[in-house]
Design a protein around this ligand. Structure first.
Ligand code: MV4
Length: 671
C-alpha cells in the first residue's frame, strides 16, 4: 500500500465523536469537513469544522445514514478520506466499499473484515477454527425449532438466544426454563427478522454473573498487529454501556496476558487492520469466551488513551495513510487507572426513557490533570428525538483506581446540565456504590441495584422549592422599582405570612416566608421550617448561581428558568420546580379527559378513530423515539372525542394526543 498524506478528512458523524475526531485532525494539521442534518445546523461540530455540508433532513436514514450524500459531500469538498466515528455507517461494509470505489479512503477496517464479523455465527466459526475459545453453543444452519430445542437442552440451561445478524446484545434472550424455550425461540426469530432482516439464531450457554471484558487492537497494512490492553464494560443497561474502566479489576496479570494474546489471535484470523475491539465474556471460574469483534472505534476508547498516552484517532489516520504502526507491542504500557461515565439525556426514574428539551445551562468542570470531558453539546443545544441520547463522556484517570473514581465522581457533581433530564445522579450513585467501589461487580449490577441507583431523596423536594422561593424573592426585590425592602407578594395581613406556591416531585408546596430584617428569611412549609439567608446571589438571571445557607449549611445551586419552570441542580441532586398558578384554573365542564405523551417522540401509528368506544388498557397511539416504541393506552373506559395528532407528528412530554370522554368519572392519564 503506497503511503498517503491526507490534507482533508470528512467526519461522517455528529455529536461528541465528531468533535473528538476533529480535534485530532486539527492537531495533525488536517482540514476537516463536517456533515450535518437540518436539526444540527447550529451544532458545535458544524462550527468547529473548517467546512460543513448539509446532507439532509433530521431523520438519520435521510442524513447520517445516506451513503450517496456523504460521499458526494466528500467529493465536493475534496476530502481524501472519511472517518465514520462510531454508530451510523461505521460498521457498514457497503459504505466502506463505496468510499474506496469513489477513490476516498475509509478510515477503518477493510469491508471484508466487517462482513466476516457482521454475522455472529460466521464470526464464531472463524474464531473457533483459529483456536479462540467460543462460548459452548450452536451456530448451525438448521434453524428448525426441534433442532434448536435439542441443542439448547444439550448445552444446558440457562441458554442465551442471539440473533446472528444482531450486534451489541440487540435481540438477545436468556432462557432459564424449558417451558419458555418454544416461545422465546419464535419471538427471537421474529424480532431478528424484523430488526435485521435475518432471523438466523445462535444459541450459547448463558454465563451468569459474567464480566464483559474487551481488548483494543490496532493493525496496520504491513502485518503489524498490537493490543492496547483491556477495558471492563460490565456496567450496562439493556446492552448500552454506561461505565467503563481500564485496567479491569477482575484480571490478574496472567489472565490479562492470556486475554490480550487471544485478542491478537482473533485479529490475525481476520487479518484485521485499523482500530477494532475483541469482546469477551469472563466467567466467574476465570474461563473466558469470544463473543464478537467491533469493527470500529468505540465510544469508550478514551480510557485506553488515558492510560497508554496514545491518540487512537491519530493512529487510525496514520494506518489509513499506509504508514507502518509507530508503536510496537513492547512500547504499549498501562500507566494508572481510567474510568469513563456516559452522560445520557434520559430519565432513570421513568424507565430510562429518552429525554428531550433545551439545554438552558451546560457547564463542564475544568479539564484539570486527569479529567477529560468529550461533549457534543453546549448551552442552548436542542436535544431532540432523532439521535442517540449520549450528551457527553466524562473520563478520569489517576495513579490508582480510587483516585480515578474520586475524580470522576467529583467531576460529575460539578457538571451542570439544566433543562434536560440526564442520568448524572444515577452515575454518581453507581460510582459510589460499594460493589463498584470494590470492583467486585458483574453484568447484573444495574438490574440488581436499580432501586437504590435511581432513588431520590423526597426530603430534598422542599429544599429545592425553598431555593426557588428565595430566588424569586430576591429577583423581585432586585427588580422592584420602589420599596425594595418590601418582599414580593407582600400582603398587608398581619395574621398570615406571604407565600409562594410551587410544585416539584409531583408534590405541591406553599412556601411561606417572613423577612428577618437582616436580609435573611424565615421559611415555612407545613411542619418544615428553616432560617435561610441567601449568602450570595447572582442577580443576573444569566449566571443562575444561588448560594444558600439553610440552617447554617451553605450550598451552591445552579438555576435556569424557562416560562414557569425552574431547573435546579446541586452537587448531589437536581429538580424541576414549577410555579403553580396563583389561582387554580376553573375546571371547565367541557374539559375532556385526555391521553398525554409520556415521552418525547414521533407518532408512529394511530389505533383509534373518533367515536370509538375504548376500554381501560386499549391501545390508542404508538410513539417512537431512538428506535424504541411506546404504546399509549387508555387508563379507563370512554369514547374517543378527538384525535389531535397524525402519524409523523413530533410530540413533547405532556402533549395531548387523544381526547376521551370518560364513561366513568375517574380521570384518564397517559400511559
Ligand atoms: C453474553 C453474556 C453471558 N453469556 N453471552 C453480549 C453483548 C453485550 N452487550 C452483552 N453480552 C453478553 N453476552 C453469554 N453467552 C452476558 C452478556 C452481557 C450482559 C448480558 C445481560 C445483561 C447485561 C450484560 C452486560 C454485559 C455483558
Amino acid at each position: 500500500m503506497t503511503e498517503r498524506h491526507f490534507k482533508k478528512i470528512l467526519i461522517a458523524n455528529r455529536g461528541e465523536i465528531a468533535l473528538r475526531v476533529m480535534r485530532t485532525c486539527r492537531a495533525m494539521g488536517i482540514s476537516t469537513v463536517a456533515v450535518y442534518s437540518a436539526a444540527d445546523a447550529r451544532a458545535p461540530h458544524v462550527r468547529f469544522a473548517d467546512e460543513a455540508v448539509h446532507i439532509g433532513p433530521a431523520p438519520s436514514k435521510d442524513s447520517y445514514l445516506n451513503i450517496e450524500r456523504i460521499i458526494d459531500a466528500a467529493q465536493r469538498t475534496g476530502a481524501e478520506a472519511i472517518h465514520p466515528g462510531y454508530g451510523f455507517l461505521s460498521e457498514n461494509a457497503d459504505f466502506a466499499q463505496a468510499c474506496e470505489a469513489a477513490g476516498i479512503t475509509f478510515i477503518g477496517p477493510a469491508p471484508d473484515a466487517m462482513r466476516k464479523m457482521g454475522l455472529k455465527s460466521t464470526a464464531r466459526q472463524i474464531m473457533s477454527v483459529a483456536g479462540v475459545p467460543v462460548v459452548p453453543g450452536y451456530d448451525g444452519e438448521d434453524q428448525s425449532f426441534e433442532v434448536l430445542r435439542e441443542r439448547a437442552k444439550a448445552i444446558g440451561l440457562p441458554v442465551l438466544i442471539k440473533a446472528s445478524a444482531g450486534g451489541g446484545g440487540k435481540g438477545m434472550r436468556v432462557v432459564r426454563y424449558e417451558r419458555e424455550l418454544e416461545d422465546s425461540i419464535e419471538a427471537a426469530r421474529r424480532e431478528a427478522e424484523k430488526a435485521f432482516g435475518d432471523g438466523t439464531l445462535l444459541l450459547e450457554k448463558y454465563i451468569d454473573c459474567a464480566r464483559h471484558i474487551e481488548v483494543q487492537i490496532l493493525g496496520d497494512h504491513h502485518g503489524n498487529l498490537v493490543h492496547l490492553f483491556e477495558r471492563e464494560c460490565s456496567i450496562q443497561r439493556r446492552h448500552q454501556k454506561i461505565i467503563e474502566e481500564t485496567p479491569s479489576p477482575a484480571l490478574s496479570p496472567e489472565l490479562r496476558k492470556q486475554l490480550c494474546e487471544t485478542a491478537i489471535t482473533a485479529g490475525r484470523a481476520i487479518e484485521y487492520t485499523n482500530a477494532g475491539t475483541v469482546e469477551f465474556i469472563l466467567a466467574p471460574s476465570g474461563e473466558f469466551y469470544f463473543i464478537e469483534v467491533n469493527t470500529r472505534l468505540q465510544v469508550e476508547h478514551p480510557v485506553t488513551e488515558m492510560i497508554t498516552g496514545l491518540d487512537l484517532v491519530r493512529l487510525q489516520i496514520e494506518i489509513a495513510e499506509g504508514k507502518p504502526l509507530a508503536i510496537a507491542q513492547e512500547d504499549v504500557k498501562q500507566n494508572g487507572h481510567a474510568i469513563e461515565a456516559r452522560l445520557y439525556a434520559e430519565d432513570p426514574s421513568n424507565g430510562f426513557l429518552p429525554a428531550t428539551g433545551t439545554l438552558h445551562e451546560w457547564d463542564e468542570p475544568a479539564s484539570n490533570d486527569g479529567l477529560r470531558v468529550d461533549a457534543g453539546v453546549e448551552a442552548s443545544t436542542e436535544i431532540g428525538i432523532h439521535y442517540d441520547p449520549l450528551l457527553a463522556k466524562m473520563i478520569a484517570c489517576g495513579l490508582d483506581r480510587e483516585t480515578a473514581l474520586r475524580k470522576l465522581t467529583y467531576g460529575l457533581r460539578n457538571l451542570v446540565a439544566l433543562g434536560v433530564q440526564t442520568n448524572r445522579e444515577f452515575l454518581i450513585h453507581a460510582l459510589e456504590h460499594a460493589e463498584l467501589q470494590s470492583g467486585s461487580y458483574h453484568t447484573g449490577f444495574i438490574e440488581e441495584h436499580l432501586d437504590e441507583l435511581i432513588a431520590k431523596d423526597a426530603d430534598e423536594d422542599v429544599l429545592f422549592a425553598s431555593v426557588v422561593a428565595l430566588y424569586l424573592l430576591k429577583l423581585s426585590q432586585a427588580e422592584a422599582a420602589v420599596l425594595p425592602h418590601v418582599p414580593a407578594n407582600y400582603r398587608n395581613n398581619p395574621f398570615r405570612d406571604p407565600s409562594i406556591k410551587l410544585q416539584t416531585g409531583g408534590e405541591a408546596f406553599e412556601i411561606s416566608y417572613r423577612a428577618a430584617g437582616d436580609g435573611s428569611f424565615a421559611l415555612k412549609c407545613g411542619d418544615w421550617q428553616a432560617s435561610a439567608p441567601l449568602v450570595s446571589f447572582e442577580l443576573s438571571r444569566e449566571l443562575g448561581t444561588v448560594r444558600v445557607a439553610i440552617d447554617g449549611v451553605q450550598r451552591m445551586f445552579r438555576i435556569a428558568e424557562a416560562s414557569d419552570q425552574f431547573f435546579l441542580q446541586s452537587q448531589s441532586s437536581s429538580r424541576v420546580v414549577t410555579r403553580s398558578p396563583r389561582y387554580p384554573r376553573a375546571h371547565s365542564a367541557s374539559e375532556h379527559e385526555s391521553a398525554y405523551a409520556p415521552m418525547p417522540g414521533q407518532v408512529l401509528k394511530i389505533l383509534v378513530v373518533v367515536g370509538q368506544q375504548v376500554s381501560a388498557g386499549d391501545a390508542l397511539v404508538i410513539l417512537e423515539a431512538m428506535k424504541m416504541e411506546q404504546t399509549l393506552r387508555a387508563s379507563t373506559a370512554g369514547v374517543v372525542e378527538a384525535v389531535l395528532v397524525k402519524p409523523g407528528d413530533v410530540v413533547a412530554p405532556g402533549d395531548t394526543l387523544v381526547e376521551i370522554a370518560a364513561i366513568s368519572s375517574s380521570p384518564i392519564a397517559g400511559v
